[in-house]
Design a protein around this ligand. Structure first.
Ligand code: F6R
Length: 261
């Protein structure tokens, strides 16, 4: 695992955008695993800027989102399909037929999850998995106690997640209690994963995920098992990390990061 600490939210976001841009320039048909949430809104704005300003090309890439609410149709403004169209897909030259989210409207949710796993496999697996982190330690919607080998499946959301996302629904009672999410095991199968964490509200949980024991109670801690995982945090989110001096030393000296310093 690499931990990269940036002075502020904008620098952290920009660094992740540059990592994605480098992946796409190296392999235009790359398979990207995508996340939603407030943190990613700024990242998608940065990618849209790179598309407009530098011609970053999305025409051949394929995408699989981590999760989708159960029971929200794609045209519901709170659905993650709507979010992705609005924040990224309509702002770049992606082919919408190459974009995928789990089908939270499927009559048979288990079958929809199995189809999603098969589609990821058929695409050759995920090259670059983008992640945020929930205050309860979730990645995707893998809530505490998610099996570390779990696959795409329906998941009941925690009160903490409902409290965090409920206000976005206007009336929190309208927020679905369940979602379909890639599993922790699905995420760990990606060839590379990058978690972006910004803001003081993530400091406690990020320290547990990076430096605590690997535990199903903190699903993000499973990333310690990933052979190519990068955590990018701003100073506020990194505040609880004990090993900051060492992480900075690695970032300053590792040749891989020279172009990002
Ligand atoms: C949603 C997802 C979640 C979010 C997490 C953080 O697709 O993957 O794990 O990344 O809930 O959300 P924000 O950025 O809103 O704090």
């Amino acid at each position: 695992m690499n931990v990269i600490i940036q002075p502020n939210e904008q620098a952290a976001t920009q660094l992740v955008a540059r990592l994605i841009a480098k992946t796409l320039r190296g392999r235009p048909s790359a398979v990207l695993g995508l996340a939603t949430g407030c943190t990613m809104e700024r990242l998608y704005a940065a990618l849209a800027d790179m598309h407009r300003g530098e011609g970053l090309d999305f025409s051949l890439c394929r995408t699989f989102n981590l999760d989708e609410y159960v029971g929200l149709p794609p045209d519901d403004p709170q659905s993650y399909r709507y979010y992705m169209n609005h924040h990224l897909f309509q702002k770049v030259n992606i082919d919408l037929r190459n974009t995928h989210l789990p089908d939270g409207m499927a009559p048979d949710l288990e079958a929809a999850c199995a189809r999603y796993e098969a589609a990821i496999r058929d695409a050759g697996g995920i090259d670059f998995q983008l992640l945020g982190i929930g205050r309860d330690g979730h990645i995707g919607f893998n809530e505490p106690l998610s099996a570390l080998r779990s696959r795409t499946r329906p998941q009941m959301l925690t009160p903490s997640t409902i409290a965090a996302n409920g206000p976005l629904f206007g009336d929190p009672a309208r927020m679905p209690r369940r979602a379909l999410t890639m599993g922790v095991g699905t995420i760990l199968d990606s060839r590379r994963c990058v978690l972006l964490a910004t803001g003081a509200a993530k400091a406690g949980v990020l320290a547990k995920a990076v430096e605590g024991p690997i535990a199903a109670m903190v699903p993000a801690s499973a990333l310690q098992l990933h052979p190519a995982c990068v955590i990018v945090a701003d100073e506020a989110a990194a505040a609880g990390l004990a090993g900051k001096a060492y992480y900075r030393f690695v970032f300053e000296n590792e040749p891989e990061w020279a172009e990002f310093r």
